[in-house]
Design a protein around this ligand. Structure first.
Ligand SMILES: Nc1ncnc2c1ncn2[C@@H]1O[C@H](COP(=O)(O)OP(=O)(O)OP(=O)(O)O)[C@@H](O)[C@H]1O
Length: 291
């Protein structure tokens, strides 16, 4: 979830609570007003890359967590990232989203946006959405309200407290509900959803902001087999419309969704190719099996 969204959600919950205390809600705390949805600007992908990292380094207390990392992602690509524990996968996502500043290197969004010059909230607003492993939906709001809230991430929080959808936004919300398989659950409180449904809802919240690039950290951890299968279908349906970077340890899930797989190890790329290719690579076998 984006920093702006977390802030807006906290404010929204506070306002909902206040209204409940006063006994005066009209529509579950989302009464008249307006908001300005974040709309990502155009990203220049004429060079065939939506994300480009070159020779990125970061050390924590002398430990090289990212060590000469080079990576690029094509527009509309669904890239899977695998690697043993401590390989640097989370740190890489932290760098892309502005949470961690690298010591050196180049990180570009499209060919013109130098991500190292931007703050975390701005990077999210430019169209890079991040989904952490643990779902962080607003449990006391309905599915509908969670999605609605995702449109209202204006930094002037007062707007998000009093947000009202226009026709186009209602259509979009309906589409996202269908995409994330929650059309029948729009009025349910998010806290009553299964783990998998919460994950889909959070992905839906990111989709409401129409991200160009989605970073997804272990999206199927803790899901049932059926939920995992549905998540695979969801990601395949998003491919092309969005670029996706999926970090996951579940190899059967990777097999279902992947074209190109990148193996990270010790902070840099060890191998890249189809899952079959990287699984047959002696160096990959060695880091996974410790031979
Ligand atoms: N803030 C930090 N301070 C010190 N060390 C850190 C910090 N963040 C990450 N590290 C270290 O950097 C290395 C890479 O960590 P990272 O979390 O990026 O790996 P990962 O590939 O995501 O691992 P996992 O699959 O277990 O989530 C690890 O050895 C970790 O302990």
């Amino acid at each position: 979830m984006t920093p702006d969204l977390m802030e807006a959600g906290a404010q929204r919950l506070q306002s909902l609570h206040t209204a409940q205390v006063a006994g005066a809600t009209e529509s579950g705390g989302r009464t008249a007003g307006y908001g300005r949805p974040v709309t990502a600007g155009e990203v220049d992908v004429t060079h065939g890359r939506i994300l480009y990292l070159e020779d990125v380094h970061v050390a924590f207390d002398g430990f090289k967590a990212i060590n000469g990392l080079n990576l690029d992602i094509a527009p509309g690509e669904l890239r899977c990232i695998i690697g043993p524990n401590g390989a640097g996968k989370t740190t890489m996502m932290d760098i892309i989203t502005g949470k961690t500043r690298p010591d050196s290197g180049t990180v570009f969004f499209g060919s013109t946006i130098d991500l190292l010059r931007h703050r975390e909230a701005d990077i999210a607003a430019m169209g890079i959405g991040r989904k952490f492993q643990k779902p962080t939906v607003f449990e006391q709001l309905t599915v509908f309200e969670n999605l609605e809230l995702a449109l209202a991430t204006d930094k002037r929080v007062a707007h998000s407290l009093t947000f009202q959808l226009n026709g186009e936004q209602k259509d979009r919300l309906g589409e996202v509900l269908q995409t994330i398989h929650l059309a029948d659950s729009a009025a349910r409180l998010a806290g009553t959803l299964s783990h998998g449904q919460k994950q889909w809802l959070e992905i839906g919240m990111l989709l409401m902001q129409n991200p160009k690039l989605l970073l997804l950290d272990e999206p199927v951890a803790g899901m049932t087999d059926e939920e995992t299968e549905r998540t695979a279908q969801l990601f395949l349906s998003l491919k092309g419309k969005h670029s996706l970077m999926v970090v996951e340890h579940d190899m059967s899930f990777i097999r279902t969704i992947s074209e190109k797989v990148t193996v990270l190890c010790d902070g840099s790329v060890l191998a890249e190719g189809t899952l079959d290719e990287v699984q047959a690579d002696e160096r990959v076998i060695e880091v996974y099996l410790g031979r």
